[in-house]
Design a binder for this molecule. Structure first.
Ligand SMILES: Cc1cc2nc3c(=O)[nH]c(=O)nc-3n(C[C@H](O)[C@H](O)[C@H](O)COP(=O)(O)OP(=O)(O)OC[C@H]3O[C@@H](n4cnc5c(N)ncnc54)[C@H](O)[C@@H]3O)c2cc1C
Length: 391
């Protein structure tokens, strides 16, 4: 758990009583503006799931935010327990500071590329300007100090690529002039994969089917409009692939900044689904559910499973990624295809940093949102320290 950024609140008594092994005061560090806690409603399937995981040999852990997450635990949500509404960066970081004279926020804006001052191949490049599109018009903003590129793991390397910071062979293919030969940009991409296994539940469990009752559905809708949580679990498993399962590269297909780059993260080779399917044999999940609703007993071989995984994209869940893409501008030595140094500066650039989760060199076994806040807090500290040292 980041020391700054997050204000962790103990769960409600209902949750603490049900999972006495799962929470400790130690998890509650209260130094940042993002409120996190455990949602108040205890689902019957949550309890089944936790006990089944323990029976599969995964011990419960009381304080996952100390670094050891290789066990079973209940993750927090970004929820404010005073209002049960979502807590997030715009309301916690931006709005309290919006009247400060420094920030100008421009929404619906697409950064096209960064313009550098320096001759081709020169390692000491300086970002001079950033070009962007707003309301179908192109604009250019000059840089007095530095650029913090924080457009996420897919777009940050894409923007560097469109700006001429990449491998010559990739740039020549899309007609972009080389500024610096940078083999690491867009490489080393990693993700957590996801396949949902739906189960038919015994009638005594709450499931999404309750929404078929119009009265229940109206109450749930009203609750969801007022708060950020929904009183029902999805009746399925979420299987996350083992750490750093997939490493790949992403590259621009054209120099048009409105066209997304392409990458292949081997999503169809998801292995976590095999682990998730073993769970149906383990108590108390086994006797608490009726059957695996999909893919079901006809899916036996690896080839069957491969087809099932492909099927997910078009039918059941329409996603194979947890959308935790990282690693494409890794903080690694440059000769190991790194892009940024420990101060998040792009190697060889005088005034350009990457400040999003693309800097993760080896994927973390955790949800990535908290890490994004860590990067923001950390870069703020680095810049403040550098400014103080200069003055
Ligand atoms: C649907 C979904 C659900 C998720 N659920 C969870 C969860 O439950 N828990 C969790 O921990 N994590 C979750 N994540 C992952 C988490 O949101 C990301 O890991 C995190 O937001 C990454 O932060 P970032 O700063 O690296 O990039 P982002 O948050 O993606 O920020 C990049 C920003 O740059 C903007 N941008 C991109 N390109 C350009 C451009 N060319 N010009 C201008 N702006 C641009 C984008 O619009 C975006 O606002 C989820 C992600 C998704 C998509």
């Amino acid at each position: 758990m980041p020391k700054k950024g997050i204000h962790a609140n103990l769960p409600v008594i209902e949750q603490m009583d049900l999972y006495p092994y799962a929470f400790t005061n130690e998890s509650c560090r209260k130094s940042g503006p993002i409120q996190v806690t455990i949602p108040p409603h205890v689902h019957t399937t949550d309890k089944l799931f936790q006990e089944m995981m323990i029976n599969m040999g995964l011990k419960p852990i009381k304080d996952p935010y100390r670094g050891n997450v290789n066990r079973t635990w209940i993750a927090t949500s970004s929820l404010d327990p005073k209002t049960w509404t979502q807590s997030y960066s715009a309301i916690s970081y931006l709005l309290p500071n919006i009247k400060h004279p420094n920030p100008t926020v421009l929404t619906s804006t697409l950064i096209s590329w960064i313009i550098f001052y320096g001759s081709e191949g020169n390692e000491n490049q300086t970002a001079m300007a950033v070009e962007f599109i707003h309301n179908y018009k192109k604009y250019r903003v000059n840089i007095n100090k530095e650029v913090l590129l924080s457009t996420g793991s897919i777009e940050s390397p894409h923007i560097l690529e469109l700006s001429g910071i990449h491998q010559p062979k990739v740039l020549s293919k899309i007609g972009v002039d080389l500024i610096v030969d940078f083999p690491g940009v867009g490489e080393n991409m990693q993700d957590h994969t996801l396949v949902t296994i739906p189960f038919e539940l015994l009638p005594d469990h709450e499931s999404l089917e309750l929404l078929l009752d119009p009265e229940y559905a109206a109450k749930a809708k009203e609750l969801h409009a007022r708060t950020a949580w929904f009183p029902l679990p999805a009746s399925g498993f979420e299987g996350t692939s083992k750490l750093a399962d997939n490493f790949e590269a992403e590259h621009a297909e054209t120099k048009d900044p409105t066209v997304s780059p392409s990458c292949n993260l081997h999503y169809f080779e998801n292995k976590a689904v095999k682990f998730a399917r073993r769970m149906k044999e383990v108590e108390p999940w086994k006797s608490g559910t009726v059957k695996e609703a999909y893919p079901g007993p006809k899916c036996v071989t690896d080839d069957d499973l491969q087809e099932v995984i492909k099927d997910y994209v078009g039918t059941i869940f329409r996603a194979l990624s947890l959308l935790y893409t990282a690693g494409s501008c890794s903080m690694l030595p440059r000769e190991k295809r790194g892009v940024v140094d420990p101060k998040l500066k792009v190697y060889g650039m005088t005034n350009l940093r990457v400040t999003d989760i693309s800097i993760i060199p080896l994927h973390i076994a955790a949800h990535t949102q908290a890490f994004a806040y860590v990067v923001g807090e950390k870069v703020a500290d680095i810049i403040k320290a550098e400014n103080m040292a200069r003055n």
